[in-house]
Ligand binder design. Structure first.
Ligand SMILES: Cc1ncc(COP(=O)(O)O)c(C=O)c1O
Length: 618
């Protein structure tokens, strides 16, 4: 897994003349997106966690970019005018911790190149294409073992005058390198002051030819890519290369299905593709590191990892609820469960299956809880723990945990929160909210694949469970936590590929931020609510108590309405919707969780309107 990338962006771009006088080459736009920004998006989609950009000329452009992409760190090469690409790489080097992609800033390229390099079993690989005739080629020569031995612009000097055209290998400007190779490059660069203006590819050729570290040339004959050094190259890129890249990449697009059901939610293609990776035994340290990283990042989204930890299981959201309930009620303690919807009722059902002593506090499914009555219960002294759902997915009602959990803490209760359909959908701070345990899943707002359930736990409360008798063997929080702490492994086989998808989903969540995700959801929700009102439909829950994640709509009072027909009508047009889940009130539900865009919600409400019109509702 390649976690870092370095983009060399110090250059003056002087061959462009006026265009790059006050702007770096990387900010030349194609289809409205700067070259470097497109490259950053491709690197994130390829699973890169951190992108280090070595800047120089007009560095402020890159700093502005970094303010929009939290994964970017910029480092300025103060000597950019007197050095070259190797000088910029040298200033980035202190931030490089392991294997990394090295890229030039002025490229457009087919993202397949990153996939090919990442999956090449060799550690140091430089990407090459066949002849481009772009006018500014850098040729690469390799020995019989495919190892780089020379690089340069003079074809005859590099490849030999007799080299057949079909053997031409041109430098693309994308490589995969190890930290060890970088160290060799730095040592050579520092060895001779006359190398100040040397380009990184020549340094690579030197260390490889000298046998210090092998750098292999990976040649893709018809690779679609272009570098932009002057107007003619830009023109060629626009006319010949960009359409090919678009076509190639479109061949990998997954048919879009917009899921307006409340999870599993719509995922990005990059999350789907993250599952396509080499096989690994989950007991390898490398996989343990991946799971540990996921756990830490999941904690970080809602709490301080110093005080909280995330315990992961291969299971659905109900599995996470079950782990939490079976583990977090003290052996002789009594549980108070709040039931104001199907998921609250499910918490009570799970507790009863485990034979946990319990009372149920019933609330309306569509009106706010009676907080005074709930407080009376909590202060009775009978209860050790409180279990409550944060967001009742049945109706879209958001329970005011910012009031309820601090009260529970005041009366000494351990707070167990089903946050399955709230976690990562809106900003939350577990400690401030007074939440000790929160269950969630990989496939709702975090926008990963189904298969991982997890509980974010207050460590001090989790530690107390050390000697409690187990109510469940598989779903035991403390055992799972402690075993992972000791071994870096889960006790039982984890869903390996789902973890790779979760990692990618976390990277994309970090990029979007939970706050902006909530804004996007709210925008979708507003579009939906406006359309519902305009069609004369009614919502079950008052707007001020809604989560913005799901909207329960009362079915129209006409015998012509059929959920199945409406579902099929929407599904045939790319949208999946969901029936209601309340026994006594007939509703249908529209969720806006997951990778859904406001433009898609606009399209959906048009479809809903068409259906409602067809049955005479509007
Ligand atoms: C609040 C809540 N809790 C629990 C669950 C159960 O999750 P799963 O279906 O993944 O078991 C859901 C699923 O929608 C939910 O919304």
């Amino acid at each position: 897994m390649i976690r870092q990338a370095v983009i060399l962006a110090g250059g003056l771009g002087s061959r462009f003349g006026g265009r790059t006088k006050e702007m770096p080459k990387g900010f030349i736009e194609i289809d409205g997106v700067p070259l470097v920004e497109r490259s950053v998006r491709k690197l994130i989609a390829a699973g890169v966690e951190e992108i280090i950009i070595g800047t120089g000329h007009c560095a402020s452009y890159y700093e502005e970019l970094a303010s929009r992409y939290p994964c970017i760190r910029t480092v300025r090469n103060g000597d950019y005018a007197a050095t070259s690409s190797m000088g910029t790489l040298a200033v980035c080097a202190p931030l490089v911790t392991g294997d990394f992609f090295l890229l030039e800033s002025d490229l457009i390229y087919d993202a397949a190149g990153l996939f090919v390099l990442a999956n090449d079993e060799r550690q140091n690989v430089i990407l090459a294409s066949g002849a481009t005739e772009s006018g500014d080629e850098v040729y690469l020569a390799s020995d019989g073992d495919g190892r780089l031995c020379a690089a340069g612009k003079d074809r005859d000097a590099v490849l030999g005058p007799a080299a057949a055209p079909s053997l031409t290998a041109e430098l693309v400007g994308i490589s995969k390198l190890s930290r060890a190779a970088l160290d060799k490059m730095l040592a050579y660069y520092a060895s001779d002051p006359s190398l100040q203006k040397i380009d990184y590819e020549n340094v690579l050729a030197h260390i490889s030819a000298a046998g210090e570290i092998p750098v292999c040339v990976r040649r893709i004959q018809y690779y679609a890519w272009a570098e932009m050094d002057d107007e003619a190259m830009l023109e060629r890129a626009l006319r010949q290369v960009w359409p090919r890249i678009q076509e190639n990449e479109s061949l990998h697009a997954v048919r879009r299905e917009v899921l307006l059901n409340p999870g599993p939610s719509t995922t990005s293609d990059s999350v789907k593709y993250a599952q396509v990776c080499s096989d690994i035994c989950p007991r390898e340290a490398e996989f343990g590191t991946l799971m540990g990283w996921c756990a830490d990042e999941l904690t970080r989204l809602v709490a301080d990892p110093g005080d909280y930890t995330t315990v992961l299981f291969g299971c659905s959201g109900t599995g996470a609820d079950e782990a939490m309930l079976a583990s977090c009620v003290p052996p002789d303690g009594r549980l108070l469960v709040v039931d104001n919807g199907s998921y609250g009722a499910r918490l009570a059902k799970i507790a009863s299956v485990y034979g946990i002593a319990m009372d149920v506090f019933k609330g309306s499914t569509y009106e706010p809880l009676d907080l005074a009555a709930l407080e009376e219960k909590m202060k009775s002294g009978k209860y050790a723990s409180l279990a409550i759902v944060y967001h009742e997915t049945t109706t879209g009602l958001l329970n005011p945990l910012e009031v309820i959990c601090p009260l529970a803490k005041k009366y000494g209760l351990i707070t167990l929160v089903d946050a399955v359909s709230a976690y990562a959908g809106m900003p939350m701070d577990l400690d401030k909210l007074g939440i000790d345990f929160a269950s969630a899943t990989s496939n709702k707002h975090i926008q990963g694949m189904a298969g991982i359930g997890f509980v974010v736990c207050r460590k001090s409360e989790l530690e107390k469970q050390k000697d409690w008798p187990m109510r469940s063997y598989y779903l035991n929080l403390y055992d799972q936590y402690y075993y992972f702490l000791e071994t870096g492994q889960t006790r039982f086989t984890p869903p390996v590929q789902t973890f790779y998808a979760l990692r990618q989903a976390i990277l994309e969540t970090r990029q979007e931020t939970v706050a902006r995700r909530f804004e996007r959801y709210s925008e979708c929700w507003k579009i939906l609510v406006a359309a519902i009102k305009e069609m004369g439909l009614k919502m079950l829950v008052k707007e001020e108590f809604q989560s913005h994640f799901i909207t329960a709509i009362l079915v129209p009072e006409t015998p012509r309405y059929s959920f199945c027909e409406m579902h099929d009508y929407a599904r045939a047009r790319g949208f999946t919707i969901y029936p209601g889940k309340l026994g006594n009130i007939d509703t249908f539900r529209i969720a806006n969780m997951g990778d859904i865009r406001p433009s898609e919600m606009e399209r959906f409400v048009g479809i809903l309107r068409e259906y409602m019109h067809s049955i005479g509702v509007c």
